[in-house]
Write a protein of this length. Structure first.
Length: 115
């Protein structure tokens, strides 16, 4: 019987049980630290805060539905491929508040810092 293993490190192991038949035999959690962090943030209820000194953005991972509204409304601040993924210093407070208010899930909220 022919036998081969396709293994993308940390993602999925696939190998044939019988010739001509391939099954997903084992799914491992990613070993890529950055990806693991994203999964952790989704599965745990992580609350993170980011401030530009004037306003603080609060993000609750468990509520995020990944609609992408925040990115579409302010891609200077919301950069999901970066860490940290929220960069409040990259935009004005007004634009931040505008984008946060369009988060459909309530995952994003904000408060003004005390002066
Ligand atoms: S707008 Fe809200 S729900 Fe959508 S991706 Fe951003 S944080 Fe998540």
């Amino acid at each position: 019987m022919g036998f081969s293993i396709h293994h993308q490190p940390g993602l999925v192991k696939i190998f044939p049980l019988r010739a001509g038949r391939v099954v997903v035999a084992k799914i491992e959690l990613p070993r890529i630290p950055q990806l693991q962090k994203i999964i952790d943030m989704d599965t745990k209820n992580v609350t993170k805060s980011y401030t530009n000194g004037e306003v603080t953005i609060v993000w609750q991972s468990a509520k995020c539905t990944h609609s992408g509204n925040c990115v579409r409304n302010n891609s200077d601040v919301f950069q999901p491929k970066e860490r940290p993924w929220i960069k409040p210093e990259a935009s004005s407070t007004e634009k931040i508040v505008n984008a946060v208010n369009k988060c459909p899930s309530g995952a994003l909220t904000y408060y003004y810092n005390e002066k």
